[in-house]
Design a protein around this ligand. Sequence first.
Ligand SMILES: Nc1ncnc2c1ncn2[C@@H]1O[C@H](COP(=O)(O)OP(=O)(O)O)[C@@H](O)[C@H]1O
Ligand SMILES: [Mg+2]
Length: 424
Amino acid sequence: MRPGLILAACGLAAGAALFAFAGQNGLWLAGAMAVVLLAGAAMMGARSTQTEVAAQSVVAHAGGSVPAPPPVLRDVLEQLPDPLMLLDQGGRVAFANAAMRAVVGTDAERKHVSAVLRTPSVLQAIDQTTFTNEPATVEFVFHVPVERHYLAYVARTAHSPELTTVLLHDLTALKRAEQARADFIANASHELRTPLAAVAGFIDTLRGHARDDEAARTKFLEIMNLEAQRMRRLIDDLLSLTRIEQNEHVPPSGEVEIEDVVRDAAATLGALAEADNVTVAIEAAAGLPEVAGERDELIQVFQNLIHNAIKYGKTGGHVWITLSTSPSVYGRRGSTMVRISIRDDGEGIPREAIPRLTERFYRVDVKRSRERGGTGLGLAIVKHIINRHQGRLVVESRLGEGSTFTVLLPARAPALSAPVTEVI
Ligand SMILES: Nc1ncnc2c1ncn2[C@@H]1O[C@H](COP(=O)(O)OP(=O)(O)O)[C@@H](O)[C@H]1O
Ligand SMILES: [Mg+2]
């Protein structure tokens, strides 16, 4: 109330001075001025009273020396998605929101901060802010139970200097993305370096002791040609992957007859199947609905899957492709999925490898994949294209018996004019 009283006193003094100076008229002026100043004083008084009430509720809420935010503020802070806690002057936790309790434990309140957050760099930042009143930020990592990266902001507000705010910002997803990007570049460089080193080595040999050896020259040029093709395939796959990733959020605009697409994809692999003496059989249910999709991308999906079935299947074996419809896996009433299964009778895939198949550069048997001209990117491309088409990829395999890769794609919604039968 003190600033308010001073204002009121000033108002009255000014009024008195004006009255002395201007007589009767000055009285009104002084009165009006005093009212304005008193109103201002009342407002200031009210504000400081509110602050006191808030402070009291802070104290009362926590039932003692540990202050806590008033209920309304508590509700707001509780719902913040970022972990936040308030510390009292002694460094004890006055309040921790739900997100913070998930990080430091549900029983954090009233404990000393060093008992709930045992990271020296954060504790140091809290000490520093308590001491200097200056905000501080610090990055830190929790290694268990799973690695999580955070940025901690520590600050004190001018209004309640007895409280220190600790706000955490979860950087885990960002760090993982950074790591994935770095791994990807390292893997891609490594994949390119291997054939490049082979080509460079053969160039040296051809310049050196094999210069006049006709037979060696023919053989080495053949290998160099294979390595150059491998580099080209790798670059093509990398470019496809980038392009598809960029478009992944854009729904496909075309309409495709899926049976056509699958037959075209299988036809381009006819020579490869013949070379391995593999029989490819296609069986399609009648009247398959159209699929909303990009023809070129879907051709790539089925080429990759049929190619894998041929090259990782049995020499002299079979690849069975079946097309049918099935109810939506999303459970939307009346919506249909087109189901395309590619089954081989190869050696199968170990159970623990199945979840990793669509990772870039992942191969169950690196040597075998390289021998067969693989880049390790085929299924990563398949996954991204299927995601863009809002479809699903299901992999089933039994060691020694074979694998089945099933693609589910949503059928295009029937045209409005088409007859609809619905059982209600
Ligand atoms: N039909 C299959 N049978 C057995 N293993 C398979 C099959 N399809 C894919 N794989 C395994 O998955 C890995 C990744 O496949 P992919 O991404 O197409 O790469 P690539 O064919 O270039 O090696 C392959 O290296 C192989 O180990
Ligand atoms: Mg492949």
